[in-house]
Design a protein around this ligand. Sequence first.
Ligand code: SF4
Length: 236
Amino acid sequence: MKDPIYEPKGRAAEYADLALNLYTGCTNGCTYCYAPGVLRRSREDFAGNAVPRKGILEALERQLLSGEFAGKTVHLCFTCDPFPSGVDTQVARDAIELLKGADANVQILTKNPSIAAHSCACLLGEKDSIGTTITGAPQLVEPNAEPSELRLSALEAVHDLGIGTWISCEPIIDPEAIYELISTCDFVDLFKFGKLNYATIDLDWAHVGKRVERLCREHDRCYMIKDSLRKEMDAR
Ligand code: SF4
């Protein structure tokens, strides 16, 4: 296997300078998932094959020997969830242990943050973060992931441990739920907002983006609006 830590391109680069993908698929079953298309796999194959990439830990250990990742932040993961539901996630803990051993910072994005917290919170500090995705969609859109309420309570517990927290509101599916989130979630250190890009939905994106930004300012939230949403806002 080639060096597994890589520099994301395009929209993913707005989330992180460096990233690492641990599994060959994801069991969370999100209906809007773009990963099977990007990886040219069927949804069934992608969902049914969430196993650690062959040789991932050995390759990661080898790459970290260079020492070049000390003080840098590595995002886990873009084409899978680092803690997929119903799967042995020991590889994620092992990878995080290797990254922390190389003095890298870890930025986790998972729809199962209670599993993540249980697995690896003890390895993380204030320069690391656990984030989750909240789209506002009903559970049937993300059928195997933790319910949104559990994701939020897990994130609050992570925050109480002194670990960074963030929420990716991308894709926004139900804006009202996102507005509520901004107003109430004091335990979130950073919000990131993005539109639905790989399917169509009947939303006035400029209005949604502007309302999200206004609420973040009102509630003194740290936030980032992704370029494709910002463009819709700027066009009006
Ligand atoms: S958690 Fe991410 S990778 Fe997994 S199915 Fe959902 S969108 Fe796809």
